[in-house]
Design a protein around this ligand. Structure first.
Ligand SMILES: [Zn+2]
Ligand SMILES: [Zn+2]
Length: 216
């Protein structure tokens, strides 16, 4: 996994394991990113070849725990706070084969209302916010552009110096080229809901791109 953004992310240390990138766990978008896939592969979980694992509902976690898809799974997911909100959200313990425990938190990706939980007061996002937007948008938010979000800018829809928040509800992935389109005369870009990017062309046509829907 390469990309300009990832070079700016600090390594994440969980117990005595260091991940090259912070890992954000989000049931709507799955357990994401190469570091986690590598960790999962190390632990013996198959099917980690996609960009994400897809949504991991509680039932799937239970299945993984039982090791129904082949050799016994050498890891175990246990929920810490029962029962938690629907959809598998909440805090889980991942127990490694050697008995070490990792704590993982499953959070929803806001796509309707934003509680600003990862908002930064600064112009630059913090690492979780940057990652959250990358996971949610998946690629550049210009409808015809498929540049991966990890290779795109973290961009404010309403500019920071005009009061725009550094938050999931005002940020979007914009490739460098589309970033320039947005700044061209006649173009406007709004985000009516978190993750829904509405572009208006100089001719007045409106195109909206919503959050990435990952395969289940
Ligand atoms: Zn927000
Ligand atoms: Zn683009």
């Amino acid at each position: 996994m390469t990309g300009p953004d990832n070079k700016r992310l600090k390594p994440l240390k969980i117990g005595d394991i260091t991940l090259a990138n912070p890992v954000l766990l989000a049931p709507m978008s799955g357990i994401t990113d190469a570091p986690f896939r590598r960790l999962a592969a190390t632990l013996g979980l198959s099917g980690c070849t996609r960009d994400t694992l897809g949504p991991i509902p509680a039932a799937e976690l239970a299945r993984l725990t039982e090791g129904a898809a082949g050799p016994p799974a050498p890891w175990e997911f246990t929920r810490i706070n029962d029962p938690g909100p629907p959809g598998g959200f909440g805090t889980w313990t991942l127990t490694l084969p050697d008995g070490r425990n990792l704590t993982v938190r499953l959070e929803p990706v806001p796509t309707a209302a934003c509680d600003h939980r990862h908002e930064s007061r600064a112009y630059q996002p913090n690492a979780p916010l940057r990652h959250l937007v990358q996971v949610r948008d998946y690629e550049c938010t210009f409808p015809t552009c498929s540049r991966h979000a990890r290779e795109s800018d973290f961009e404010h829809a309403v500019p920071y110096d005009q009061g725009g928040r550094t938050c999931a509800c005002n940020a979007g992935a914009r490739s460098r080229a589309c970033h320039q389109v947005k700044q061209s005369p006649g173009w406007t870009l709004t985000q009516p809901r978190p993750g829904w990017h509405q572009w208006t062309t100089p001719a007045g046509r409106i195109y909206t791109q919503g959050p990435k829907r990952y395969p289940a």
